[in-house]
Design a binder for this molecule. Structure first.
Ligand SMILES: [Zn+2]
Length: 156
């Protein structure tokens, strides 16, 4: 079975969180196939995300490997990407990798203030160390139960 261009683009790993794919994160918005060419539209997780160039290059490489020589990657910033676009499979993969998925609720102010349980020991004695983790899309926490640091995908 040959994968479709949409499946190939969706299967590209995220450059900053290789545990999940661009499809899992809802970053691939549209894949159009013309006569011999593929146009992929992506919405980066935030404006000016430095990973956009890498994502575009990875998508082009993956499709070219599958025989699609003419690949165009467009960026669409409207509507803005939202953590609500992360698929349930993507949320499960993040959790399995020890990264807390963003809250699903609509109240983001509440989400930023709430207690975030530790993904390792489930202790609620955790505190945010920084609004920025190892990538700007994540925030850094430390657990006072087990003493381990962990990260959460920032709700937007
Ligand atoms: Zn812990």
């Amino acid at each position: 079975v040959t994968a479709t261009p949409a499946q190939i683009a969706a299967a590209v790993p995220d450059p900053e969180m290789p545990e999940v794919t661009l499809g899992d994160l809802g970053i691939v918005r549209m894949v159009e196939v013309g006569s011999g060419c593929v146009t992929v539209t992506i919405t980066p997780t935030y404006l000016g995300c430095p990973a956009v160039e890498v994502m575009a290059a990875d998508i082009v490489a993956a499709l070219q490997q599958a025989g699609w020589d003419r690949v165009d990657v467009q960026t669409s910033l409207s509507p803005a990407w939202s953590t609500a676009w992360i698929t349930s499979e993507g949320r499960a993969k993040l959790g399995a990798a020890g990264i807390v998925p963003p809250p699903l609720g609509p109240d983001l102010h509440h989400a930023l203030a709430e207690l975030v349980p530790c993904p390792r020991c489930a202790s609620r004695r955790t505190r945010r160390r920084s609004l920025f983790g190892s990538s700007p899309c994540r925030e850094a926490f430390v657990c006072e139960g087990c003493g381990e640091p962990f990260e959460r995908v920032k709700p937007v």
